[in-house]
Design a protein around this ligand. Structure first.
Ligand code: IPM
Ligand code: MG
Length: 364
C-alpha cells in the first residue's frame, strides 16, 4: 500500500486539504494517508514548524501532499521557527530539487486574468524552478559589522548566491526532458550579464543542450523574462531557472492566468518522489470562512498520482472531474464571475467527488 504524508498546515490549508482527501478517497485507490502538523500549526503544538515526527513521516512516505504554511502572526518569531522553514526544510531534507509550476489559463477563466483575454487564451506554460540551491540555501549568510563596502563599521546582512555544476546539470536534464514531452522549446532564464552564478548556469545549460538537439533552447535575462511574461506569455513553452528567479517568475506567471486558485505544483527528487502543493499560499485573511478554492490542491493530488504513484488513469479522472465542474459553471469566490454559480470550498470538493463517481458509474 502506498503511503502519503498529508500535511495541511496553516490558514486555508486544512480546508482545502480536506477536499483533496475527499477526492482521493472517492477513487478507492488503497492509499494509506498519514496526517501531521506542519508550519505555524506545528510550532503551536510542538514548538517547531517541522517537528522530527513530521519530517520522519514525510521521509518514509511515497509522496507528500502539502497544504500551505504561514501567517502574519508568526512574523516576529526568529527565522528558524517561522512557518516557511517547514517547506524549506522539507525541500532540503527530501532533496526536492526540481519544482514544476504549470501556468495554465483555463478556457472558462480567460476573463479572470489581469491581461487582455487574447494574450492569455490557451496559455499553457511550465516553469521549472531549481529548488534546493541558490541564495535560498547558500552559505555563508548572516549579520555582521561591515569591514568594507560603502559604510565600514555599519551593521550589514549578507546572503550567498551559489550554484555548482552538478546542481545545474541535473535541473537542466529535467527541463530538457520536460520540454521534449511538450512543444520542445526551452527558455533558460538567468542574469548572466551581471552574475557569476548565472554565467555558469548558462554555460552548463548550453553544454547539456548538446544531448537534446531536438529541443530549441534560448536564453533570457530575468528582467526581460519578467517583461515578456506580461507582454507575450504565449511565446513561452518551458522555462527553467534558479531558485530565486523561479520564485518570482512563477508567481507572475500564475497570476496572469487568472487561476492561481487552480494551479498545482510538484517538487521532485531524483527518483520522482515528490511533494505536491497548490501554487497559492495560506491566505490567512480568508481562513476558516469556507470560501477558499480547493481545486489547486485537488489538482496537486492528481499530479501526485501521476508523477510519484504511477497512477495516470486515476489522475486523469480527477482532471476530467475538475473540467466537468468548471463546465457546470461552479466557481469559488476567487474565480466567480457574472452568470456562474458561486460555491463554497466544501461544495466544490463535493462536486468534484460527484463528477468522479458519476463517470465511474457510466464506465462500469
Ligand atoms: C514558494 C514560496 C516559498 C518560497 C516560501 C513560503 C518560503 O514563496 O513556494 O514559492 O519562497 O519558495
Ligand atoms: Mg513563492
Amino acid at each position: 500500500m502506498k503511503k502519503i504524508a498529508v500535511l495541511p498546515g496553516d490558514g486555508i490549508g486544512p480546508e482545502i486539504m480536506a477536499e483533496a482527501v475527499k477526492v482521493l478517497n472517492a477513487l478507492d485507490l488503497s492509499l494509506q494517508l498519514d496526517w501531521a502538523d506542519v508550519g505555524g500549526k506545528a510550532y503551536e503544538t510542538s514548538g517547531h514548524p517541522l517537528p522530527p515526527a513530521t519530517l520522519k513521516l514525510a521521509q518514509e512516505a511515497d509522496a507528500v501532499l502539502f497544504g500551505a504554511v504561514g501567517d502574519w502572526k508568526y512574523d516576529k518569531l526568529e527565522r528558524s521557527l517561522r512557518p516557511e522553514q517547514a517547506i524549506l526544510g522539507l525541500r532540503k531534507a527530501l532533496g526536492l530539487f526540481a519544482n514544476f509550476r504549470p501556468a495554465i489559463c483555463y478556457e472558462q477563466l480567460t476573463h479572470a486574468s489581469s491581461l487582455k483575454p487574447e494574450l492569455v487564451a490557451g496559455l499553457d506554460i511550465l516553469i521549472i524552478r531549481e529548488l534546493t540551491g541558490d541564495i535560498y540555501f547558500g552559505q555563508p549568510r548572516g549579520r555582521r559589522t561591515a569591514v568594507d563596502g560603502h559604510f565600514p563599521g555599519a551593521e550589514e546582512a549578507f546572503d550567498t548566491m551559489r550554484y555548482s555544476r552538478p546542481e545545474i546539470e541535473r535541473i537542466a536534464h529535467v527541463a530538457f526532458q520536460a520540454a521534449r514531452k511538450r512543444n520542445k522549446r526551452l527558455t533558460s532564464v538567468d542574469k548572466a550579464n551581471v552574475l557569476e552564478t548565472s554565467q555558469l548556469w548558462k554555460d552548463v545549460v548550453i553544454e547539456v543542450h548538446a544531448q537534446y538537439p531536438d529541443v530549441e533552447l534560448d536564453h533570457m535575462y530575468v528582467d526581460n523574462a519578467a517583461m515578456q511574461l506580461v507582454k507575450a506569455p504565449k511565446k513561452f513553452d518551458v522555462v527553467v531557472t534558479g531558485n530565486m528567479f523561479g520564485d518570482i517568475l512563477s508567481d507572475e506567471a500564475a497570476m496572469l492566468t487568472g487561476s492561481i486558485g487552480m494551479l498545482p505544483s510538484a517538487s521532485l527528487d531524483a527518483n520522482n518522489k515528490g511533494l505536491y502543493e497548490p501554487s497559492h499560499g495560506s491566505a490567512p485573511d480568508i481562513a476558516g470562512k469556507g470560501i477558499a478554492n480547493p481545486l489547486a490542491t485537488i489538482l496537486s493530488a492528481a499530479m501526485m498520482l501521476k508523477f510519484s504513484l504511477n497512477l495516470p488513469d486515476a489522475a486523469a479522472r480527477i482532471e476530467s472531474a475538475v473540467q466537468s465542474v468548471l463546465a457546470q459553471g461552479l466557481r469559488t469566490a476567487d474565480i466567480w464571475s457574472e452568470g456562474t454559480t458561486k460555491v463554497s470550498t466544501r461544495e466544490m470538493g463535493d462536486a468534484v467527488v460527484k463528477a468522479i463517481t458519476t463517470t465511474k458509474t457510466i464506465k462500469s
